[in-house]
Design a binder for this molecule. Structure first.
Ligand SMILES: [Fe+2]
Ligand SMILES: [Fe+2]
Length: 383
């Protein structure tokens, strides 16, 4: 039982927020709740020092805590979408009252978009709620980002927005759409070729800053620009959910307890279901060119219809093209990619930061997220 001692002393020296501090609280809470939960060893199906304490290993807690933070952030921006173009004011997803012009533009991608936006938002609420509740049930500290809600992030003031303070910024996005080709091209897997650059489905979205929501009611006055906003949202939906599609299997490889593994491999595929739905809808985004009247940034959405483009870009090729997996010497396989586990949490923070989702956030927010990511990336099976 020497292994926890070294990390504790190192973390105390660096005065960094530490999951092990949460673990100390965890031990006491778990002792109190053991009678309710039954034998901790039985819960996890095997015995060991950690299991007898009835708490999560520090690594498992860190993996779940990072997932909870990611889900809180997902919930925050999905709520913004739902307020404007989902099905607002339900018991499942409160807030907002809908923006008819924006919703109509989004429905060019699919008439059922408001329902899908609502349901994706609802799912994210349940992901964060479950993960935090599970952490608490094991005596571990949950995650809250409430203190980082800030007026420095410009939410929408358009009709339908609740106007409440946000954690995430949907008005200055740079959307990397290379996942589109990554899943259509069978020759390359980023896990085997980390340096390979996939083409962008919508190259303009990967440059400059674009709003995915109407910032004001003025943004809804030009139908062409409004459609560009809706198209941007359509690609942003899929871009986010493909990130979750990789995050969960990548983290799962370092879970220790089977129940934690079960949580990660049960939530992860729902992200994939979201991704698959959204990439199908993104393929319906009408071809257009528009200029943002506020920033003068131009964006063009290309024609991705099957008759008009290459195999790497065809909108209807939504099933994952088999690609090299594990080794180029093995036969190609239809898989999620990437699933490399090393530094996945820090990679996700970088992915979301590069996207512009946190423009306006405080240094304390970035410190907190980096600490969570560092802890999650230090987790390994058995610790
Ligand atoms: Fe989620
Ligand atoms: Fe998600």
């Amino acid at each position: 039982m020497e292994h926890p001692i070294h990390p504790i002393s190192r973390r105390e020296q660096t005065n960094r927020r530490s999951f092990l501090k949460g673990g100390a609280v965890a031990a006491g809470a778990a002792t109190m709740s053991t009678g309710l939960l039954g034998s901790p060893a039985n819960l996890f199906g095997h015995e060991g020092p950690e299991e007898k304490s009835g708490r999560l290993t520090p690594g498992d807690a860190a993996l779940l805590r990072f997932a909870a933070a990611a889900e809180i952030l997902e919930t925050d921006f999905w709520v913004q979408y739902n307020e404007l173009d989902g099905v607002p004011n339900t018991s499942e997803v409160p807030g907002g009252s809908g923006n008819t012009p924006y919703t109509t533009a989004l429905q060019k991608l699919d008439m059922d978009m408001p329902q899908y936006v609502h349901d994706n938002t609802d799912d994210e609420f349940t992901h964060q709620n479950f993960l935090n509740a599970y952490l608490v049930s094991k005596g571990a500290a949950p995650v809250s980002l409430e203190r980082f809600r800030t007026p420095n992030i410009p939410g929408s003031t358009a009709t339908g927005s609740s106007g409440k303070l946000r954690l995430t910024n949907l008005t200055q996005l740079t959307v990397d759409t290379s996942w589109w080709v990554r899943y259509r091209n069978g020759d390359h897997n980023p896990d085997l070729e980390p340096g390979f650059t996939f083409l962008q489905a919508v190259p303009d979205l990967n440059n400059g800053q674009h709003t995915a929501i109407p910032r004001t009611d003025a943004d809804t006055s030009d139908p062409n620009f409004l459609q560009a906003i809706a198209n941007t949202a359509g690609f942003h939906f899929a871009t986010i959910e493909q990130g979750g599609t990789s995050l969960y299997p990548a983290m799962a490889q370092r879970a220790t307890h089977v129940e934690v593994l079960r949580i990660l491999i049960s939530i992860g595929p729902t992200e994939t279901m979201h991704f698959q739905t959204w990439q199908d809808k993104a393929g319906n985004a009408p071809m257009l060119t528009a200029v943002d009247p506020v920033t003068s940034v131009s964006v063009s959405f290309p024609d991705l219809t099957p008759d008009s483009t290459s195999e790497d870009l065809k909108a209807n090729l939504i099933m994952p093209e088999p690609c090299p997996f594990i080794s180029p010497n093995l036969p190609r396989c239809s898989v999620i990619r990437p699933t490399e586990t090393k530094d996945i949490a820090k990679g996700v923070v970088k992915f979301l930061t590069d996207m512009g989702l946190f423009i306006g956030q405080s240094p304390a927010f970035f410190d907190f997220m980096h600490d969570l990511a560092e802890d999650a990336d230090e987790a390994h099976r058995g610790f």
